[in-house]
Design a protein around this ligand. Structure first.
Ligand SMILES: NC(=O)c1ccc[n+]([C@@H]2O[C@H](COP(=O)([O-])OP(=O)(O)OC[C@H]3O[C@@H](n4cnc5c(N)ncnc54)[C@H](OP(=O)(O)O)[C@@H]3O)[C@@H](O)[C@H]2O)c1
Length: 270
């Protein structure tokens, strides 16, 4: 497509996207550049991924059609000030920053024509991420389909119908791995209390999760149907599920997600 992307911030997310894009052959290393102040990360990025890496924004940014913002939200205003002199030709800016609203993006980078707010999750590092994205203004169909390919290079993506859904996506998919890790930690801990070694317990739990997900994703049954299939009357699963029911597991999960959503709204002020 003859597109150049400048990735601002070569940390976890910036690197995940660069390696996804290059790994899927979507772009060549010469079509990407990264701005990253940390010398060690700069060395790794240029050695492992072969793209140009700069310590600070410079003229090379000016020739990019897309900026991918992957810095921490709290440093964004300061970063935008340093970046602004080099972005006069940039038609598109994709922000991966949690809690930075479109209006804040526009206020800090007024010369950019179009903004996209995206919320990936950590599994982007292994190309199995989930990215919800909201397109702030109409894009050329060619640009939009290229953008979709970029998100697809790090996993599954979903175009969102409103900016508020970015905050909902932050709660469900952005924080989701953290919630699931906490639940799985409790499973592993219980396994160890039953007498399994840590390794045995981790294997039992992780393969159970993988198998359950495979059953769900490959069958036409709903989650409720699948749950019923493994719950015989008076059996072991029913005994455990009754505890979830008594302790209102549904309610706890709903409250946790609502708390995460409220915090995302609060942070982005959207
Ligand atoms: N990690 C996740 O699971 C996740 C999920 C969804 C969204 N996000 C969003 O993705 C963004 C990046 O998160 P991350 O986990 O990748 O953070 P990170 O690993 O800390 O990466 C941010 C990078 O930006 C660099 N940086 C600092 N100032 C800069 C500047 N002025 N110009 C260019 N680069 C600069 C940092 O360098 P120094 O370390 O030297 O300061 C760091 O390497 C955040 O806004 C976050 O909200 C992350």
């Amino acid at each position: 497509m003859g597109f150049r992307i400048a990735v601002i911030g070569g940390g976890n997310m910036g690197t995940a996207f660069v390696s996804g894009i290059l790994g899927k052959g979507l772009m060549q290393p010469r079509e990407l550049c990264v701005v990253e102040p940390d010398a060690r990360r700069r060395g790794e990025l240029s050695r492992q991924l072969g793209c140009e890496v700069f310590e600070a924004p410079c003229e090379a940014i000016r020739s990019s059609e897309c900026l991918l913002l992957a810095v921490k939200p709290q440093i964004f205003p300061e970063c935008a000030d340093i970046l602004a002199p080099y972005v006069d030709q940039t038609p598109l800016c994709v922000s991966l920053m949690a809690g930075v609203s479109l209006s804040t993006l526009q206020k800090n980078l007024p010369v950019v024509s179009s903004f996209v707010r995206a919320m990936p999750n950590l599994a982007a590092r292994v190309c199995q991420g989930v990215t919800g994205y909201y397109v702030g203004s109409q894009l050329e169909p060619e640009t939009e389909s290229f953008l979709k390919e970029i998100f697809a290079s790090v996993g599954f993506s979903l175009r969102l119908g409103s900016e508020q859904l970015v905050d909902a996506c932050t709660a469900l998919a952005g924080s989701g791995p953290g919630f699931l890790f906490a639940i799985l930690e409790a499973f592993v801990k219980s396994g160890k209390e039953f007498g399994f070694t840590a390794k045995e317990s981790e294997e039992l739990v992780s393969y159970t999760v993988l198998g359950s997900l495979a059953l769900w994703r490959t069958s036409s049954s709903s989650l409720s149907d699948l749950r019923e299939q493994v719950t015989s009357k008076g059996g072991t699963t029913e005994a455990g599920l009754n505890v979830f029911l008594e302790r209102d597991l549904d309610g706890s999960i709903r409250e946790a997600l609502t708390a995460a959503f409220r915090r995302a709204v609060e942070l982005s002020g959207s």
